[in-house]
Write a protein that binds this ligand. Structure first.
Ligand code: GDP
Length: 195
């Protein structure tokens, strides 16, 4: 549809990123296999939206969601794994978002240890910016193979000064709340800036 083009072009206008009323570009970060694609696809398919990819890309999902009575437009980018380690593509990912989800699997300690690393990389690329960043512990349905407790996940998020959400893409548990949370975090910062 033509609307997605206009959304993108208005966002890429100089100084347009993050402006009031703009589209929130959400970039998914995290180790391979943690559920980035699963979460992005759920987002793209949330009710009252036609699941569609943006342009030719199958890795960006755009939709509007109603949060606290106000519509918010989000584009979710599932492109992190296409980036070469620490190359320009990766830097591009770290520069393009105005919100980030750092995702790990609660069944995989290795993916959890990447969270701190990714956050430091992001904060190094975007110094002095108060970005909405949510740490996401996915696969909460896999109770028996859990390696990271809710308390431990929450503890790291507190230490890193981020929000923490546990989700199950498999059960669609907390997925809507996750993306609503992104919008709320974004608006909170917007209202602080405008004060
Ligand atoms: P990505 O590499 O981060 O994009 O991860 P994927 O979305 O491709 O998911 C990797 C595997 O984990 C797939 O087999 C998914 O079906 C599975 N998966 C993703 N999220 C969940 C979840 O919440 N619970 C369970 N049980 N499996 C999941």
């Amino acid at each position: 549809s033509g609307s997605s083009d206009s959304i993108i072009s208005s966002e890429s206008a100089p100084g347009g990123i993050g402006d009031l009323g703009g589209v929130i570009k959400v970039v998914l970060l995290g180790d391979s296999g943690v559920g980035k694609t699963a979460l992005a696809e759920i987002f793209g398919g949330l009710e009252d939206s036609l699941p569609h990819a943006l342009g030719d890309s199958e890795d960006a999902y755009e939709r509007k969601i109603l949060v606290d009575g106000e519509e918010g437009a989000l584009v979710v980018y599932d492109v992190w794994e296409q980036t070469d380690s620490r190359g320009w593509m990766q830097e591009n990912c770290l520069q393009m978002g105005n919100a980030y989800l750092i995702i790990f699997s609660v069944t995989d300690r290795r993916s959890f240890s990447k969270v701190t690393e990714l956050l430091l990389q992001l904060r190094t690329s975007r110094p002095n910016e108060d970005l909405p960043i949510i740490v996401v512990g996915n696969k909460s349905d896999l109770v028996r193979s859990r390696e990271i407790s809710l308390e431990e996940g929450r503890g790291v998020a507190v230490m890193l000064n981020c929000k923490y959400v546990e989700t199950s893409a498999a059960l669609h548990h907390n997925t809507r709340e996750l993306f609503e949370g992104v919008v709320r975090q974004f608006r909170l910062r917007r209202s602080r800036r405008d004060r």
